[in-house]
Design a protein around this ligand. Structure first.
Ligand code: GDP
Ligand code: MG
Length: 295
């Protein structure tokens, strides 16, 4: 058999650019990204087919000390991704810090070939800053490769792919060739809406939001799509912030999400958004799973 495949877990602190890297490798947006920490809430699979090779990337929520029920679930899903993997990409954007210790321990337990990916080199003031980062990580772990990249500008991704290809194993592909993600269309749509919310809200609002698709219907003859989505927040004040003066913020979120959905799914969508308050939902396991997190 000439086909090869491999599961590659992407781990790292929140906000280092894991999801941006996944999208850059796949060449399409399969995971939402934002400047806010904890944007990714569950593991997202991105699939890259390259001739006879299939890479299955597992994007994880950043590993962190969890404070609430949803956070615990996010941390668990990041740790579990390591169990299935053939190799790990540890994404960092600065020198080794004490706060990297949690991830380092997980990596050492996993005993898998680990590539250190130094991201955001486009924003380093001096080339020698890369050396400092490399040196700081060299003594903490025996990495199979160390590759500096910019996920945002797609710099050095070829080198990264070559490093990754060494860890593929001979065998059948796990997904059909035209698959780029294992997420449902519904899940991707709610994530696109949540991404827009993250861009337009601050502080605790982004973390308190869940998006649920109430209904969606595609009409093939006209290529129109009707989408009704519910945005859940934890407090009345958050609802106020989200809706904005005269409903303007919600309108903006809706119109940008609609454009993005049209672009990704190549449809003409009509998107209706509602906001509902559900106190403390992140600590209620039933609600957390009802809103699509966990299994
Ligand atoms: P994650 O939490 O690790 O998944 O991080 P995201 O992929 O959501 O990215 C967090 C932020 O870093 C976003 O604002 C990205 O645009 C930004 N970012 C990601 N990669 C790069 C990069 O290579 N260079 C720069 N300058 N910014 C980046
Ligand atoms: Mg992410």
């Amino acid at each position: 058999m000439s086909t090869k495949s491999g599961f590659i877990a992407i781990v790292g602190k929140p906000n280092v650019g894991k999801s941006t890297l996944l999208n850059a490798l796949i060449g399409e947006k399969v995971a939402i990204t934002s400047p806010k920490v904890q944007t990714t809430r569950f593991r997202i699979t991105g699939i890259l087919n390259d001739g006879d090779d299939q890479y299955v990337f597992i994007d994880t929520p950043g590993m962190h000390k969890p404070f609430h029920g949803l956070g615990k679930l996010m941390d668990k899903s990041a740790s579990e991704a390591l169990l299935d993997a053939d190799a790990i990409m540890w994404v960092v954007d600065q020198t080794f810090k004490a706060s990297d210790q949690i991830i380092l321990e997980r990596i050492q337990q996993a005993k898998l070939p680990t590539i250190l990916v130094i991201n955001k080199i486009d924003q380093l003031p001096k080339k020698s800053d890369i050396d400092q980062i490399i040196v700081s990580f060299l003594h903490v772990h025996d990495f199979v490769d160390i590759i500096p990249i910019s996920a945002l500008e797609s710099t050095h991704l070829k080198h990264l792919k070559i490093a990754l290809s060494k860890h593929l194993v001979q065998g059948p592909h796990y997904y059909p060739k035209d698959y780029i993600t294992d997420q449902s269309d519904e899940a991707r749509m709610t994530e696109i809406i949540r991404e827009r919310i993250l861009y337009y809200t601050e502080q605790e609002v982004p973390h308190s939001v869940a998006v649920v698709l109430e209904s969606f219907q595609h009409f093939p003859d006209t290529n129109k799509m009707d989408i009704d989505a519910l945005i859940i927040v934890e407090r009345d004040s958050q609802k106020g912030i989200l809706v904005g003066k005269n409903g303007e913020k919600l309108k903006k979120i809706g119109s940008e999400a609609r454009k993005e959905i049209n672009h990704i799914f190549k449809v003409k969508s009509h998107l209706s958004l509602w906001v509902k308050v559900k106190k403390n939902w992140r600590n209620d396991p039933n609600t957390v799973s009802k809103y699509g997190y966990g299994k």
